[in-house]
Design a binder for this molecule. Structure first.
Ligand code: NAD
Length: 249
């Protein structure tokens, strides 16, 4: 028996990285998974690999009219939709002084507007399913600031707040909404980061996509008394500064 038997899950940005790890684990636990992404070749390949009832749909999460057909196809082909993982995200660099408006807007459009559109479109489907779970992949950058990625930080803080509003609004439907806050995770998004990035952390290494997937599974399958809450996996970064206090300080 799987922990997600008879569940139908949509995973955005599911073609690679954290999303692909979530799609794989969900499928192993019995869910029918709709992988939604803009990377059509990788996404279709993954859906074929998952075995069992799984599909791939092209979806630019920032596009308002892309969502409804994906939800409708999932419901028609896989059954009542009960889980949405808003995982699709992009990172673009630039200090506040340097970043172009176009770049700022694109990050917000994908990371924030995309998740908002997803929740707005999925809510009635989850209601019809008798309630469900929405997991929004925010970031450690939704809990702290980072110099050089202001748009990303703004999008992830906003997604954390939006998660709480959604939790309040959808609780009467029996739908839970939580946010996940990973620190540095080894995926194509962080391919250019070297090991020095995590060296000062209490757990001095990158996280693996599968570690995030296990937390997402826990929220979807087991965390039945949690809604509007933040699930952090950050190698200990938010525990405190790396410097120890000594009597000399
Ligand atoms: P990734 O770049 O490997 O994967 C992101 C996926 O999202 C890709 O498949 C990409 O094609 C897809 N995507 C991008 N724009 C899209 C759009 N408009 N519509 C649909 N799909 C789109 O990155 P990842 O590291 O796996 O990131 C997944 C999520 O985790 C993101 O929201 C990211 O912000 C978050 N996150 C990542 C890290 C990390 O260190 N890797 C840390 C914290 C949070």
């Amino acid at each position: 028996m799987g922990r997600l038997d008879e569940q139908v899950a949509i995973v955005t940005g599911g073609a690679r990285g954290i999303g692909a790890a979530v799609a794989r684990l969900f499928a192993m636990e019995g869910a029918a998974v709709m992988v939604a992404d803009v990377l059509d070749t990788e996404g279709a390949q993954l859906a074929a690999e998952l075995g069992g009832p799984a599909r791939y749909a092209h979806l630019d999460v920032s596009a308002e009219h892309g969502w409804q057909p994906v939800l409708a196809e999932a419901e028609r082909e896989l059954g009542p939709v009960s889980v949405l993982v808003n995982n699709a995200g992009i990172l673009d660099w630039g200090t506040i002084e340097e970043q172009s408006l176009e770049s700022f807007r694109r990050v917000i459009d994908v990371n924030l507007q995309g998740a908002w559109l997803g929740m707005r479109t999925a809510a009635p489907y989850l209601r019809r399913a008798g309630g469900g779970v929405i997991v929004n992949i925010s970031s450690l950058a939704g809990l702290t600031g980072y110099a050089g990625i202001g748009a990303y930080v703004a999008s992830k803080w906003a997604l954390r707040g939006l998660t709480k509003t959604a939790a309040l609004e959808l609780a009467p439907d029996g739908t839970r909404v939580c946010s996940v806050h990973p620190g540095a995770v080894r995926t194509p998004m962080t391919a250019d980061f070297d090991d020095s990035f995590t060296a000062a952390q209490p757990l001095p290494r990158f996280g693996e996509p599968e570690e995030v997937a296990r937390m997402v599974l826990f929220i979807a399958a087991d965390a039945t008394y949690s809604t509007g809450t933040e699930f952090i996996l950050d190698g200990g970064v938010t525990a405190g500064p790396p410097t120890a206090l000594t009597p000399d300080h």
